[in-house]
Design a protein around this ligand. Structure first.
Ligand SMILES: NC(=O)c1ccc[n+]([C@@H]2O[C@H](COP(=O)([O-])OP(=O)(O)OC[C@H]3O[C@@H](n4cnc5c(N)ncnc54)[C@H](OP(=O)(O)O)[C@@H]3O)[C@@H](O)[C@H]2O)c1
Length: 325
């Protein structure tokens, strides 16, 4: 596998990152262990999690995904330094007023909890899951900078930041000589292009920020398993995917199917391959719920879309309005 630099840093990551939001939600501990081992065997060295995964499941206190990863890593013979672990802070981890957010007090507490659950003494990439309007960005970045200096965190990144918020953070780091966001985790895929492409992409390119998009398959929709007049697939996410089944998106699936057949590939592989064409993208975060899905996702690395195929996918998913040009 060819590894890529995460933005301007020297950190090398695989061209796909294994997301772990599904672990403790749609996938139990044993299957998680098998999927993670197969992930590393495939050459993927990059794992993304968050402290809140998957707190939305009844009876789940949050931190379950990190706990599963920690247990798997401890039980495996994989040296810690062969894996790049990314996790996140921001979400509500308790009922107290300081049990969420990006304040110094919460970050300092949350990092200790993540380290304990992950059973490691450092986090490779610590990300702000989303912004916190109650905390000045300088306070957040100073706390992150201290964690880098303490060796508890290697790099810091952001997720779900608007362009001006990302620029403000970069400027604050620069002005105060603090660790800066070296990665961005945006919501980005063929049916959700505008949020990233409108302005964030240009910032990431100009400032050499590693881009690790989440939901490259739109939660499973871009696999072709959601069709009109067909029962929904068995998935915890199926109900939520109904909103993606617009006429425009169903035409896209038809177009993707034609391209997939030409490459003897799966529709999901076309979705991931499309994203990998862009040199600004470092490593899409996949969310496989089985080894079969993982293998299919990995197959995307061998699909090389022709220019006319990329153009046709871009046309089918065009989002720019005339006045944007
Ligand atoms: N920063 C954030 O705010 C944020 C938000 C969301 C996600 N994330 C990160 O991004 C990761 C990936 O997100 P995601 O799960 O939404 O990614 P995704 O790749 O868009 O969707 C993954 C889902 O699609 C289905 N799937 C995957 N491969 C398939 C295949 N080959 N054939 C059929 N179905 C397939 C699976 O669901 P079923 O098997 O249930 O159908 C799987 O859980 C998460 O684990 C998390 O680490 C971050």
């Amino acid at each position: 596998m060819e590894y890529r630099k995460l933005g301007r840093t020297g950190l090398k990551v695989s061209p796909l990152c294994m997301g772990t939001m599904q672990f403790g939600w749609s996938v139990g501990q044993e299957e998680t262990q098998r999927i993670l081992s197969a992930t590393v065997d495939s050459g993927i060295n990059f794992i993304d999690t968050a402290d809140i995964y998957s707190k939305w499941v009844d009876g789940n206190p949050g931190g379950v995904s990190e706990t599963y990863i920690g247990n798997w890593l401890k039980g495996s013979h994989i040296p810690r330094d062969q894996i790049v672990i990314a996790t996140k802070v921001r979400g509500e981890m308790g009922k107290g007023p300081n049990d969420q957010g990006l304040s110094r007090v919460h970050i300092m507490q949350a990092v200790e909890n993540s380290l304990r659950r992950l059973q490691t003494d450092y986090i490779d990439l610590y990300q702000a899951h989303w912004t916190d309007d109650d905390t000045p960005i300088e306070e957040t970045l100073r706390a992150f900078d201290d964690l880098v200096k303490q060796g508890k965190v290697r790099y810091v990144g952001a997720s779900n930041y608007a362009t001006w918020e990302l620029m403000q953070a970069l400027w604050t780091s620069d002005k105060n000589n603090l660790a800066r966001f070296d990665s961005l985790q945006p919501h980005y895929n063929l049916i959700e292009r505008d949020e990233f492409e409108r302005e964030l992409r240009a910032v990431c390119k100009a400032y050499e920020i590693g881009v690790i998009p989440y939901s490259p398959l739109a939660g499973g929709f871009l696999t072709g398993k959601y069709r009109k007049n067909t029962p929904l697939p068995e998935s915890k996410r199926a109900e939520g995917r109904k909103r993606s089944m617009t006429d425009k998106n169903m035409l896209l699936i038809d177009g993707m199917e034609v391209i997939a057949l030409r490459h003897q590939a799966a529709i999901s592989q076309v979705a991931i391959a499309w994203m990998l064409v862009d040199p600004v993208i470092t490593s899409p975060i996949i969310g496989a719920t089985s080894i079969a899905q993982l293998n299919e996702n990995l197959g995307a690395l061998n699909i090389h879309l022709a220019e006319d195929e990329i153009a046709s996918l871009n046309k089918l998913t065009e989002w720019k309005k005339e006045e944007d040009d």
